[in-house]
Design a protein around this ligand. Structure first.
Ligand code: G3I
Length: 306
């Protein structure tokens, strides 16, 4: 939001390049949920207004995430019984989804609930798992659907693009939710990639098995990071990045069920990568001066040919 408020080049790029917007941070629980039944919609309302003014739709990110538990809740967790917490959570989910009914068309209902590693289950250390038990996910989808029956409701995660232990665990989770009649419509594959990534049969097989369950899917947070160590990106690194982005979009355009392709930011001037992975960066489609990179043209060409 700081860039949206303070940088006219950023506003112009967002208006020009996108037809779907996602808040990077202001829509997470720690930002919206300010007290037991106190919610702060200021930033999301402004984003919704921007989207409306520019004919764009909004993705909601995210109703629940173990990394975004409001501080007041962490500090007072022992003041609430699990039943009281469940009621507060239901009220929160209902209030947020209802407020943006018909405006936010797709919700990441739950983000990154599955562990990493060789035998991943649900993250047992998650606040909500600890407080509500292992079946804390299903009710979220029911509450969200009741609040906006037309919203598409997603499970969203990282490093789940290829077949492997994590995507297998996610597959089992969503399969189980579907079997129990839980209103889940899709899976978000974040797509935080490292330069050199190429599309392989394993990625196709992974999204095909989701589609075979009747689910849709989206690429929800694409970026392709590269090592920089203070130097500008080389031409060959930018060409490899263009290949990676082009491949990821090809997955979306050629396999069944893909309902969206979202990058996690628009310009290298504002990206989470350098802060979280020092020495790495240049991960988006516009460079730090908002000039289109080879990856931008690869995406544009693939979309024009579609
Ligand atoms: O705005 C404050 C600033 O005032 C303060 O000086 C500074 C010092 O720590 O922090 C700034 O806030 C940071 C914020 O990003 C804005 O830059 C937070 O500390 C930092 O935790 C926050 O990181 C975000 C992260 O999620 C955690 O919420 C990243 O921007 C955001 O890109 C990242 O997004 C996640 C998705 O939600 C889920 N998938 C992975 C993805 C990347 O990690």
């Amino acid at each position: 939001m700081a860039a949206l408020d303070g940088d006219p080049r950023y506003r112009a790029a967002l208006a020009r390049e996108c037809n779907l917007l996602v808040a990077e941070n202001v829509q997470k629980p720690h930002a919206l949920w300010r007290g037991p039944t106190t919610y702060d919609f200021t930033h999301t309302d402004r984003l919704a207004q921007f989207a409306h003014d520019h004919g764009q739709t909004l993705r909601g990110h995210t109703l629940l995430w173990h990394q975004s538990v409001p501080r007041w809740l962490q500090e007072h967790e022992n003041d609430y019984s699990s039943e009281a917490l469940r009621e507060l959570l239901q009220a929160y989910v209902t209030a947020v989804v209802r407020r943006y009914r018909g405006v936010i068309t797709v919700w990441d209902v739950i983000n990154e609930a599955v562990e990493d590693g060789e035998t991943p289950g649900l993250r047992p250390e998650s606040f909500w798992y600890r407080k509500l038990g292992p079946d804390y996910i299903a009710p979220l989808f029911h509450w969200a659907q009741a609040a906006d029956p037309s919203a598409r409701l997603y499970y969203n995660d990282y490093e789940a693009e290829a077949i492997g232990p994590k995507s297998d665990a996610i597959y089992r989770l969503v399969q189980d939710l579907l079997a129990r009649g839980v209103p889940i419509h899709g899976v978000g594959l974040q797509g935080h990639l490292e330069n050199g990534w190429r599309l392989e049969e394993t990625h196709r097989a992974n999204v095909r098995r989701l589609a075979a369950l009747g689910l849709e899917w989206q690429i929800t947070e694409a970026d392709v990071r590269m090592p920089l160590n203070g130097a500008p990106p080389t031409e060959s690194a930018l060409a490899a990045q263009a290949d990676a982005y082009g491949d990821l979009l090809e997955l979306c355009l050629t396999e069944p069920g893909c309902q969206g392709f979202v990058t996690w930011g628009v310009t290298d001037a504002y990206s989470w990568i350098p802060g979280f992975r020092p020495g790495w960066g240049a991960s988006l489609l516009l460079d730090e001066d908002f000039r289109p990179k080879p990856a931008y043209f690869a995406i544009a060409e693939a979309l024009n040919n579609d």
